[in-house]
Design a protein around this ligand. Structure first.
Ligand code: MG
Ligand code: ZN
Length: 215
């Protein structure tokens, strides 16, 4: 019985996510669903990315958090449209939450929409929201065993950004182990090693965005 309920929820979400996708496609908006555990650097990555690309690409952001508008305020300072979703306890975004805030964005003026999911390495990967791609961030401080322990997010993502590589000299983290176990789970996964603090590696991420926008 419980299994049936869960399946019905996922099917209902799938339908709404497909409708969202049609809305985004009609407006020519490319959507990235950004996922990670709390503190891996989602909002900081968005700040860097927006600073670098906003002059050439019209960008908007949906911020998902259980509570607060701290992240939305950070994005708002950069002068791009941002909407905050507070899930009020829910640990992931779903298609319906994203749908309900679309009226607050002028989609026809956007080309790229980032949806920052709730910080959580588990269920954001289970829910589509109408995105073109799921992208995940893993901080090297989280440990090199995370692909093996949380395979679904690595399987569902198109890109893995390994962040905070500037900290590698100070911690025990086997970068090759992360990359090989992630590729075992998802052979097509694009992997970029980055530091949002120093800017290292971010050019490849920006290039991935531009290539996917133009294809
Ligand atoms: Mg954040
Ligand atoms: Zn959840």
């Amino acid at each position: 019985m419980k299994i049936k309920v869960v399946r019905d929820i996922l099917e209902a979400n799938q339908r709404i996510a497909s409708e969202n996708r049609e809305i985004f496609t009609r407006h020519g908006v490319f959507v990235i669903n950004l996922m990670s555990s709390p503190g891996a650097g989602k909002t900081t990555l968005l700040e860097r990315t927006i600073e670098s690309l906003k002059d050439t690409i019209p960008i908007g952001v949906i911020e998902g958090d259980i509570r607060s508008s701290i992240d939305a305020e950070r994005i708002d300072k950069l002068g791009v449209p941002v909407v905050q979703i507070n899930t009020d306890g829910a640990c992931h975004l779903d298609g319906n939450m994203v749908r309900e805030c679309l009226g607050e964005l002028d989609l026809s003026s956007l080309r790229l929409l980032f949806v920052e999911n709730v910080g959580n390495l588990v269920c954001p990967a289970e829910f589509k929201i109408g995105e073109d791609h799921k992208v995940m961030i893993l901080s090297v401080t989280e440990g090199d065993d995370k692909p093996s322990k949380y395979p679904l997010m690595f399987r569902e993502s198109s890109v893995l950004l390994i962040n905070k590589i500037d900290l590698l000299p100070y911690i025990e983290c086997d970068l090759e182990r992360i990359k090989s176990s992630a590729r075992d789970i998802n052979p097509g996964l694009e992997i970029f090693e980055i530091s949002c603090k120093t800017g290292e590696g971010l050019d490849r991420w920006y290039r991935w965005i531009k290539e996917n926008l133009s294809s």
